[in-house]
Design a protein around this ligand. Structure first.
Ligand code: BES
Ligand code: MN
Ligand code: ZN
Length: 504
């Protein structure tokens, strides 16, 4: 699909996103006039409610039509993105080869953001989740979205240059997001830890970042005992992926940001086996890794002026004669011993080792870990935000505001000391599960805190509710690619403002 930014000569089929504000009735009368229909009737029949869609055919002009799309009252980034994604998802088999989106009626300063949101929404709506279907629905060719198709984005003449930059950005995000959706939606047999390593190597090559894999022999030899323990019940060996973007060594002027992502390619729960009803959804237990990989892809393609270092502990949490058992005591990379009271609390184990490993060789200015860590965060705050855990107020504010800006929201949770007290073990330094079915997302964060080497700017994001879930885009739960926008936005803001790395 070719994308063009123009200021006139709209194609016959034109998408017009409209906000429910005081300019709506004027805009509608103008459209009614252009289409040759009655203005009052149109104003009555189309109210620009979120995702409301109305197709208007222009009398006497074959092929000329308007797709009016309601954005509701707000026009925040995510409202536009979602409305246009929903539209292209619903209409994808009907849209003509050449389609226009008219943004000329928006405020000049909003045009780049609108362009980014509109284009990434339209593009994501074309995502096809049925990668493994052998009989796809018959597609009438030629179709919008195919190689030969064209999307014209109409903006005021003065905004063409910034809109072009925004469109490139949108395409970078959309391309990365679609690859990440494929990764998350893929079944466990298509993404073992080593397959994940191959995927990352391929993306690294294409986007321009570096990756190194620590394989199982060295995981054991180097003392990554927690990652080893989680992976040892599977014939598909674990791997630790180390990602790097930007300068090879730390330079004082460019900030270094560390990103760690949970990469459990399938979580059966291990010997503390999960119930079977929803177990197939545990193919999504690498949402943290997915967000980190996606961010590296985008950062490299946008050539962000930052240095990123990443660690992805990948393992398959299986049930087996060799699997780690409840009560087993393991050695972690940080040197602390852990009593594994629940083998289903495996995420914190692999993250503990990955964070300690990353911090052993250097100290990034900021350290973030992302993980589909607990069902508890879903019970606490649902699917509209991920849980944000940090003791650093500056970092909390920066992360939350990045989330608000792109619609990938974060909600701060407490980190009070008391929540960590139940992690004491009689036989080891720590246990991985408190044994009490309460505040589990917080005790998980308190567990991780032990492995951050008291880093002053560490935050943990529990994305169990946001990475994978119900939506209008699929029959059952599916991937969201949550975190890529959020992390990129955060990195850009952090670099721009050169925040101090701690509270002091
Ligand atoms: N991967 C799960 C968390 C999860 C649950 C993600 C639902 C997405 C949807 C994690 O490894 C897990 O099993 N957590 C346990 C923790 C418990 C044993 C303390 C949980 O949430 O039940
Ligand atoms: Mn688990
Ligand atoms: Zn898990």
């Amino acid at each position: 699909m070719t994308v063009k930014i123009i200021d006139k000569k709209a194609p016959d089929a034109l998408v017009v996103p409209l906000v429910q504000d005081n300019r709506l009735s004027d805009l509608l009368s103008d459209i009614a006039h252009r289409a040759g229909v009655d203005a009052n009737t149109l104003q009555n029949d189309f109210r620009a409610e979120a995702k409301e869609t109305l197709v208007l055919y222009e009398a006497g002009h074959a092929g000329r039509r308007f797709y009016l799309i309601g954005l509701g009252k707000k026009c925040a980034f995510s409202d536009i993105q979602t409305a246009l994604r929903s539209f292209s998802h619903r209409y994808k088999s009907k849209l003509p080869l050449r389609l226009g989106v008219d943004l000329r009626h928006f405020q000049l300063q909003d045009i780049p953001r609108m362009t980014d949101a509109a284009l990434s929404g339209l593009s994501l709506g074309l995502y096809d989740i049925g990668r493994f279907r052998t009989s796809p629905a018959p597609k009438p060719a030629p179709l919008f979205g195919s190689a030969k198709s064209e999307l014209d984005i109409l903006v005021p003449a003065e905004a063409i240059a910034p809109a072009k930059t925004a469109a490139q950005r949108a395409q970078i995000f959309a391309d990365a997001s679609k690859q990440i959706l494929d990764l998350m939606n893929a079944p466990g047999n298509y993404k073992t830890p080593l397959m994940l390593a191959d995927f990352v190597a391929e993306q690294a090559e294409k986007s321009g970042f570096r990756v190194r894999a620590v394989h199982v022999e060295n995981i054991e030899k180097e003392g990554l005992g927690a990652l080893y323990a989680v992976g040892k019940g599977s014939p598909n060996p674990p791997v630790l992926l180390l990602l790097e973007y930007g300068a090879k060594t730390r330079k004082s002027k460019t900030p270094t940001i560390g990103l760690v992502g949970k990469g459990i390619t399938f979580d059966t729960g291990g010997i503390s086996l999960k119930p079977s009803a929803n177990m197939h959804y545990m193919k999504s237990d690498l949402g943290g890794a997915a967000a980190v990989i996606g961010t590296f892809m985008v950062a490299a393609r946008l050539k962000l002026p930052v240095r990123l270092i990443g660690a992805i502990p990948a393992a398959e949490n299986m049930v087996d004669g060799l699997a780690v058992k409840p009560g087993d005591v393991i050695n972690t990379y940080a040197g602390k011993t852990v009593e594994v009271t629940d083998t289903d609390a495996e995420g914190r184990l692999v993250l503990a080792d990955a964070m300690a490993y990353l911090l052993k060789s250097e100290t990034p200015d900021v350290l973030l870990d992302l993980a589909t860590l607990t069902g508890s965060i879903i019970r606490a705050i649902g699917t509209q935000a991920a849980g944000l855990f940090t003791s650093n107020d500056t970092l909390a504010t920066a992360l939350a505001s990045s989330g608000d800006a792109c619609g990938e929201r974060l909600w701060r949770m407490p980190m009070w000391e008391e929540y960590g007290s139940d992690l004491k073990s009689d036989v080891a330094d720590l246990r991985n599960y408190t044994g009490k079915p309460m505040a589990e997302s917080i005790s998980a964060a308190k567990f991780l805190e032990h492995f951050t080497a008291e880093h002053p700017a560490w935050a943990h994001l529990d994305i169990a509710g946001t990475a994978f879930g119900d939506s209008e885009f699929a029959q059952t739960k599916s991937a969201t690619a949550y975190g890529i926008r959020l992390l990129t936005e955060f990195v850009e803001q952090w670099v721009a403002s050169r925040h101090p790395s701690s509270n002091d």
